[in-house]
Design a protein around this ligand. Structure first.
Ligand SMILES: [Fe+2]
Ligand SMILES: [Fe+2]
Length: 396
């Protein structure tokens, strides 16, 4: 099987990428295309848009490319800095009898001998080197000779470059300019609709979250999330809490809820002190994982927002008003149905602290009945609000 492999940031995918892909398909018949957007290992993503969004846009751009096409999660889910030889090992395992045709640019070919385990990588792939320069390119020719020692079928494909870069698409989108000539029509419409590259923090992140929710959550959970955001904004307005912070925290609070356990645990451990995370019951970790997602993939550094996302299931002492709003909105969202709901909702509209005390009592009791594990932060939070509301008396 001949696999065409195309990796990159795709932040966002544009007509230059399509041009390369179509040129490659014109050069040779391939059985499968694997497109691999990079992930966000390390402290912070080098990309402006979250992996799930970049992946979705690539799918939109190339779904009609005419060859079996897959956008791989492998690097997006990788916890470590991912080297090409590791990615190729993964693909070789997945498709043992395949030949992997690896698209690279002339600059990468020239610098390939600096890549980690480059000889090993070259032994396992065939390079399609795309060269934008017209005429002779002695530096590239020397590099290709070097690569051919390990990857004898390496070819150079001259292509007239489509004059566009992701940086240019982002800055034009940020300036509100028309990008429809630079990207697939569906891609440019999504970028414009969801303000994916807006320079306004809330405009960008609230809209990006709206797009992410149906991509990362199943229907019921997505609906719950939108309901939480609605109530959070209502409560925020009542109590003088920043409504954009409330909306953004609410939209992201459950974003990791349906991810596999290993990814959730890894993200949660990145979000806070590891020893603290490891003591916590599994069901509360999705909030911590979501805070890591918000910070790493979306560049949200606002500690108030991150805390509100983290504490939405377990609560904690000294919760800010924003945290209380998110905790209560999550518990009392429109679709929830439990006997104590109406009085608690009324309480939430009267006084955040008395509502928090009652909400914590109710959820601890509910967990006890269910035999669920109770986070020590929840007990501490209940003690804190009880003391606050009753002048220092402890609930014992
Ligand atoms: Fe949750
Ligand atoms: Fe929730």
């Amino acid at each position: 099987m001949d696999i065409l492999f195309f990796g990159g940031s795709f932040d966002p995918v544009h007509n230059g990428h399509e041009n390369i892909l179509r040129t490659a398909l014109g050069y040779k018949k391939f059985d499968k295309i694997i497109i691999m957007p990079i992930g966000s290992p390390g402290h912070k993503s080098s990309c402006k848009a979250p992996f799930a969004v970049r992946k979705y846009l690539v799918q939109q751009a190339f779904f009609d490319i005419g060859v079996d096409m897959e956008v791989s999660d492998f690097e997006g889910n990788s916890f470590e800095k991912s080297y090409s030889y590791i990615t190729v090992d993964y693909l070789k395992n997945l498709y043992p009898d395949s030949k992997i045709h690896f698209i690279i640019g002339a600059d990468s070919a020239i610098n390939m001998h600096k890549w980690v385990k480059w000889e090993y990588l070259a032994q396992n792939v065939t390079y399609l080197v795309f060269d934008r320069e017209e005429g002779e390119n002695p530096q590239l020719e020397a590099a290709v000779e070097r690569l051919k020692k390990y990857s004898p079928d390496t070819v150079v494909i001259k292509n007239t470059v489509f004059p566009v870069s992701s940086t240019q698409v982002r800055s034009m989108a940020a300036a509100g300019e028309d990008i429809s000539a630079l990207c697939d029509v569906k891609v440019s419409a999504i970028i414009e609709q969801y303000k994916l590259y807006s320079l306004d923090f809330y405009e960008k992140n609230i809209n990006t979250a709206m797009l992410l929710i149906p991509l990362m959550l199943r229907e019921k959970r997505a609906q719950h999330t939108f309901n939480v955001a609605k109530l959070a904004v209502e409560l925020a307005d009542m109590y003088g809490v920043d409504r954009q912070k409330a909306q953004l925290s609410a939209l992201l609070h459950d974003i990791m809820k349906q991810q596999p356990d290993d990814i959730m645990l890894h993200r949660a451990r990145q979000s806070d002190i590891i020893e603290k995370i490891d003591r916590k019951p599994m069901p509360v970790l999705h909030g911590f994982a979501a805070a890591d997602f918000a910070r790493r993939e979306m560049g949200i550094e606002d500690q108030e927002i991150l805390m509100a996302i983290k504490s939405h299931t377990c609560g904690r002492r000294y919760m800010s008003d924003l945290e209380k709003v998110i905790y209560l909105a999550d518990m009392l969202s429109e679709e929830r149905n439990f006997p104590e709901k109406e009085p608690l909702l009324q309480l939430a509209r009267e006084n955040l602290d008395t509502a928090m005390e009652q909400a914590l009592k109710d959820s601890i009791n509910w967990l006890k009945e269910k035999g669920g594990e109770i986070d020590s932060d929840s007990y501490e939070a209940l003690d804190y609000f009880t003391a606050l509301n009753h002048g220092g008396k402890n609930n014992g």
